[in-house]
Design a protein around this ligand. Structure first.
Ligand SMILES: *[C@@H]1O[C@H](CO)[C@@H](O)[C@H](O)[C@H]1NC(C)=O
Ligand SMILES: *[C@@H]1O[C@H](CO)[C@@H](O)[C@H](O)[C@H]1NC(C)=O
Ligand SMILES: *[C@@H]1O[C@H](CO)[C@@H](O)[C@H](O)[C@H]1NC(C)=O
Ligand SMILES: CC(=O)N[C@H]1CO[C@H](CO)[C@@H](O)[C@@H]1O
Length: 435
């Protein structure tokens, strides 16, 4: 089987625009979560139950106090005509891809290289803003007010489409949309395209730009959101903590450049990690709730480790899906314990190292699996484990090292990233130090 390695990374997050500033701020325990109560239109935002969100900082909207050079300015990445044609999630997709391709040093021009490079870029929700505005305008003013750009701006695969058009990539062009598992499925599916010989290089990841009152209204009505910390946004997301009470909606994007090992070696690319395992499962249980015993999560992790040929006891770090909900975090913790304390696992719970970076950045929905893969890869490349912010009293019934509040130094040879989504879909990815 052809081996798949990671040779480039790009990200836009509530902590910063760019991989280095995001990672540095994450390790320094900064939070990207801010109040959305003062956004326009005020009458809509004000009535929401949860008024905290992970917003990508811009020069005009920078409560996180990020250096201005690391805030989002569309003009840094896109011509005005492209800005008009592309919805925000597609803009984030293109910008994160540009960063990742630069990082990988892969900007091919030869036809055969372009044909061997593909794109697998998804989104969970896509462009709610245009859907909403166009519905309202259509209802009030009729057919002639619908923009000819409406359809290309709402299709989820246009993130991938714009990337392909911009760089001329003629390999597989694919978009997963599997709710909060989108990012992980995009990366996992992309790795299979390489392993099976459909491509040598894949641009893979997820993007989300869902900061819209209707998003908060919808998740609020399904009682999924954190509502108790509207006055104290940076404390709102508390994975595994006794005071956790729901997730925080966030936006952003992350992209990995995946590459066939020999291809990467031939061009002397820097290898950050190897993608060794991918496992998927379905809960077959409920629209939004996991099984209490975490058996869906257990299966996806087990399959990913089997695919990687790695024993549970060899996993040094797990980047948990844990979003900060009462039921989800506990189910995942139990699933991790069953896996890690089972056959060929460890005998001491405190040796299991698990963190949820959602404490710092919230839940990027369709981009979550992608940014969390980035953090797992950086943990391997740099020997640092990012913290679980706001975790003062764990109460999920296990005694893991949850890396509370502060980052830890640790050599990481194998890291696993979990992603679970509404509809009962679960995926796990395993990354290993390349040796
Ligand atoms: C949708 O309408 C609002 C209110 O008029 C406006 O602020 C926003 O920019 C519009 N969004 C798009 C994508 O056109
Ligand atoms: C949560 O973490 C943020 C970021 O480190 C910090 O500002 C905040 O005070 C923390 N809140 C609690 C309750 O620990
Ligand atoms: C798998 O997907 C479900 C369905 O929504 C998700 O809620 C859950 O977190 C995952 N399963 C488990 C048991 O963790
Ligand atoms: C089949 C196909 O090419 N699909 C998408 C990928 O990229 C192209 C541009 O090369 C887009 O037009 C499509 O959306």
């Amino acid at each position: 089987m052809r081996r798949v390695v990671v040779t480039g990374l790009g990200a836009i997050t509530p902590l910063a625009v760019g991989i280095r500033p995001t990672w540095r701020r994450l390790l320094d325990s900064h939070s990207g979560i801010v109040s959305v109560a003062d956004l326009e239109p005020q009458d809509k935002w004000k009535e929401l139950t949860s008024t905290v969100g992970g917003l990508v900082p811009t020069p005009a909207r920078n409560k996180q106090n990020v250096d201005e050079q690391h805030t989002w300015k569309a003009a840094d990445w896109l011509e005005p005509s492209d800005q008009r044609r592309m919805s925000l999630f597609a803009q984030y997709s293109v910008a994160a891809t540009e960063m990742a391709l630069q990082d990988a040093g892969w900007k091919p021009t030869r036809q055969e290289d372009l044909e061997a490079t593909g794109v697998c870029m998804g989104s969970g929700i896509g462009n709610l803003d245009d859907f909403y505005n166009t519905s309202v305008t259509y209802d009030k003013e009729g057919y002639k007010r619908v923009s000819p750009l409406f359809v290309p701006k709402i299709l989820i695969n246009l993130g991938a489409g714009h990337i392909a058009m911009r760089y001329g990539f003629r390999g597989p062009n694919h978009s997963a949309t599997t709710a909060c598992t989108t990012g992980a499925h995009s990366i996992g599916d992309a790795s299979r395209f390489i392993a099976f010989g459909d491509a040598d290089v894949m641009v893979a990841g997820g993007s989300e730009s869902c900061i819209h009152p209707l998003t908060f209204a919808g998740f609020g009505r399904s009682r999924s959101l954190s509502t108790a910390y509207n006055h104290d946004p940076t404390s709102a997301c508390r994975p595994f903590d006794k005071d956790r009470a729901g997730f925080v909606v966030s936006e952003g994007a992350a992209v990995l450049i995946l590459e066939e090992l020999e291809h990467a070696k031939r061009r002397g690319a820097r290898i950050l990690a190897e993608l060794t395992g991918y496992g998927c499962s379905g809960d077959a249980h409920h629209m939004t709730a996991p099984r209490d015993d975490g058996s869906g999560a257990f299966l996806s992790m087990k399959r990913a480790l089997k695919n990687a040929g790695v024993k549970p006891g060899d996993v040094d770090y797990i980047n948990a899906h844990a979003t900060g909900t009462a039921v989800g975090d506990a189910a995942e913790a139990i699933a991790i314990r069953s896996l890690m304390m089972g056959e060929e696992g460890v005998d001491d719970e405190s040796r299991i190292t698990v963190s949820s970076t959602k404490g710092a950045i919230g839940h990027l929905l369709g981009a979550a699996g992608a940014i969390e893969s980035v953090f797992s890869i950086l943990a391997i490349a740099e020997g640092a484990i990012p913290p679980t912010l706001n975790l003062t009293s764990p109460n999920v019934g296990v005694g893991f090292n949850f890396v509370p509040v502060q980052a830890q130094q640790k050599e990481v040879k194998v890291a696993m990233s979990n992603s679970f989504g509404f509809g009962g879909t679960n995926a796990s990815l395993v990354f290993s130090k390349f040796e």
